[in-house]
Design a protein around this ligand. Sequence first.
Ligand code: NAG
Ligand code: NAG
Length: 364
Amino acid sequence: MQNGAQMPTAGRRIGVFYVMLTVFLCGLLIGSSWNLGHDKGSRQRNPPLPPGTAPLGPPQVWDYNTLPQKLRDFLLHMRCRSYPVLLNQLGACAGKPFLLLAVKWLVPHLERRQAIRETRGRAGVVWSRTVVTLFLLGSAASSHDFPDLRGVLGHEAQTHRDLLQWDYRDTFFNLTLKDLLFHGRLTLCCPQAQSILKGDDDVFVNTRRIIEYLEGLSGVQAKDLFIGDVISGAGPQRDPKLKYFISESVFVGQYPPYAGGGGYLHSGQLALRLFNVSARVILYPIDGVYTGMCLRKLGLVPQRHVGFKTFGTEKKYRRNPCAHRTLTLVHSRTPGRVFSWLYLTENPFHMGGSACFVFSVSCY
Ligand SMILES: *[C@@H]1O[C@H](CO)[C@@H](O)[C@H](O)[C@H]1NC(C)=O
Ligand SMILES: *[C@@H]1O[C@H](CO)[C@@H](O)[C@H](O)[C@H]1NC(C)=O
């Protein structure tokens, strides 16, 4: 299926049937002690309930009915890891990318996507290294949140050939699912990518610095590479009003060290291993934390890199665009004021050849 917008009606019906069937099967699976898969440490405190208590709900979550809707949605569908592909870019990896930029894009952020494209540089070659950008997205069907963007996306996909889309609801608590689907695709279609930078659509990425950094790594370092803004000793937030709220019925214990989901860099080889091990790690709604859980299962620890600021930057950086030269990746603190990914080469925002740029002045 190349294009969801132009799928024939019969194909669409089969698609809908497929989705309903998966949802039904997944619902059945939830009944069989979903928390069994937690890592040993937390499993002791998240004991599996007797199997088969109730086949169509998550009975282990005793306060299920009082949980926020998005957490309930997550619990109901957490066993589903496969959704139909709507837009595919099989050819994107033909050039054996040195760096693959995977942008986790939420459907309505049209202007951010275009900003990223316009600053990317025409050839996709930065410092004689092949850089490929892919936007990862879920379903664009209309809902109370979004207008219907299917037609627009079909056109965009044909023009830019950089959209990867699956037929699932694109929400914050489905970002882990997006990671999994992406890693699955990568394993199939792009196993030769040397390194992958995964980031939200509102982060600034200094591509040059990343390439410089990658070139300086030894073979061994490059193989297990995983760097970002690493957080250690954190745990779930218990205030139901917070975005990252997770109830005690869902997870007890500490999170493993993990990189802030805003953006992190890892080797392509590690992406394949992460996908492999994820089959044995139960899904968790916070994508960065889930990746941390998979890394722990692989016996790896993500490394902290000072250039990654996924939680915003200190004041000195906000005032001075040139200070960004030293940073690798910065997450925008204020949503709506887009701080898009700027490529320091081949883009019109340079300040007289020096590697700093004017764009950021208005963006913080
Ligand atoms: C994730 O996507 C599935 C499939 O579209 C949907 O049924 C589910 O409600 C979504 N989960 C969340 C937390 O939005
Ligand atoms: C995937 O995991 C299995 C063990 O579960 C292992 O035998 C296999 O080598 C792994 N494959 C890759 C590509 O890491």
